[in-house]
Design a protein around this ligand. Structure first.
Ligand code: ARG
Length: 274
């Protein structure tokens, strides 16, 4: 449609009449009268479960903010498209992608082989691991110690996966929550003995909620995870833009700036050494 519109404009600019009646322009795509304006930037709808600070959360004014959000905004700026973030509950977030309600997802999503069967992932943009949160008087010293305890997880996350493997998928001791903060609240209330979730989120919560009196327990047995942007299977056009944008922000230092804003300077970053 855009090319027909352009052809029509070119013809009328030459003083000729276009043969076919001009197609009704889609709202927002009208070119300005004189010179044809550059095509408006494409707006992609991005789904995110904004209850996962510091990756994505809602601030006091309801704005969606966080590391993931800054990364995607920077990618969009490089690749020349616009983004609209839509808060989307984790349960069902992948369906919003397959059904076409969202163009892509950023949600601290771990790239897994299972998920790769139903969606495509960008190049990884963040390294993560599971981390255990317990109350600070807990005797838990390793993941295996959770076997007989009540463990809170966010439904359908990689934390749910590893915990279900240890305790048994149908174990009544696996307590599934709609969000990770809800699981952590329950840990504070004493309803569960531990929470297993992504390290960045657990560390952020512990640091910002000193009155909860939590400590963290790491376990070398947890497999390293990587976050990726999730795109509908076969959407190579968008995937290329995202991967190119990610490569660009990694190359020009934008990624490192965003990283430092949320997590401090990267370990092993000589330039940041005192
Ligand atoms: N990385 C974990 C996973 O992919 C948890 C992600 C949860 N993200 C969120 N925004 N709630 O399963």
């Amino acid at each position: 449609r855009a090319s027909m519109l352009l052809a029509g404009l070119l013809l009328s600019a030459c003083g000729k009449q276009a043969e076919a009646p001009a197609p009704t322009p889609t709202p927002g795509t009208e070119a300005s009268a004189a010179a044809p304006a550059p095509a408006p930037a494409k707006v992609y709808v991005v789904g995110t479960d904004a209850a996962y600070a510091p990756f994505e959360s809602q601030n006091e004014t309801g704005e969606i903010v966080g590391f993931d959000i800054d990364v995607v905004k920077a990618v969009a700026a490089k690749a020349g498209f616009e983004v609209k973030f839509v808060n989307t509950p984790w349960e069902g977030i992948f369906n919003t992608l397959t059904q076409g309600d969202r163009d892509f997802l950023v949600s601290a999503i771990t790239i897994t082989d299972e998920r790769k069967q139903s969606m495509d992932f960008s190049q990884p943009y963040f390294d993560a691991r599971q981390l255990i949160a317990v109350r600070d008087n807990s005797k838990v010293a390793k993941f295996d110690d959770l076997k007989k305890l009540k463990v809170g997880v966010q439904t359908g996350t990689t934390g749910d996966e590893v915990t279900s493997k240890l305790l048994g998928k149908n174990s009544p001791n696996v307590k599934r929550f709609e969000s990770t903060p809800l699981a952590l609240k329950e840990l504070e209330a004493g309803g569960v003995d531990a929470v297993v979730a992504d390290n960045g989120v657990v560390e952020n919560y512990v640091a910002n909620n000193p009155t909860a009196k939590f400590k963290t327990v790491s376990d070398p047995g947890f497999t390293p995870e990587q976050y990726g942007l999730a795109v509908r299977k076969g959407n190579t056009e968008l995937m290329e833009k995202l991967n190119k944008g990610l490569a660009d922000i990694k190359a020009d230092g934008t990624y490192d700036q965003i990283y430092a804003k949320y997590f401090g300077a990267k370990k092993g970053d000589a330039a940041a050494a005192p």
